[in-house]
Design a protein around this ligand. Structure first.
Ligand SMILES: [Zn+2]
Length: 105
C-alpha cells in the first residue's frame, strides 16, 4: 500500500466539499463526481474517478493534508478536522471514521 503513488485531486465538481447544497430547498446532496469524498483519483489520461470507500483509510492522511490546504485557501487558520469529525460530513461516506474498525485511532 503506497498512497503516495496515487494522484489525488480536489474534485472539480464540488471543489473539495463533497456535497452540494440546494439553493432552493437548503438540502444537501453528496457529489456524484467524487461520491461525497471531495477528492478523486486522476489517472495519467487526466480522467477522474471516485476514490473507492475501501481506499479511504489508505488515503486518509492525503485527504487530510489536501483538506488542510483547502481550508487555508479559504482563510481558515486552525487545525483541520478530519472529515469524519466534521458535522457537515456526518452522513456522507467520509463521515465514517475509517480507523474505527482497525483500532488505529
Ligand atoms: Zn465532488
Amino acid at each position: 500500500m503506497n498512497a503516495g503513488d496515487r494522484n489525488i485531486k480536489r474534485c472539480v465538481s464540488c471543489d473539495g466539499f463533497g456535497w452540494f447544497e440546494d439553493d432552493f430547498s437548503g438540502e444537501t446532496e453528496d457529489c456524484d463526481w467524487c461520491a461525497g469524498a471531495g477528492y478523486v483519483y486522476r489517472d495519467a489520461q487526466g480522467r477522474d474517478r471516485p476514490i473507492p470507500q475501501s481506499d479511504y483509510a489508505a488515503v486518509a492522511a492525503d485527504l487530510e493534508r489536501l483538506d488542510l490546504e483547502r481550508l487555508r485557501e479559504m482563510g481558515y487558520q486552525g487545525q483541520a478536522l478530519k472529515p469524519w469529525q466534521q458535522a457537515i460530513r456526518k452522513d456522507t461516506q467520509l463521515g465514517r471514521d475509517p480507523y474505527r474498525d482497525d483500532g488505529d485511532a
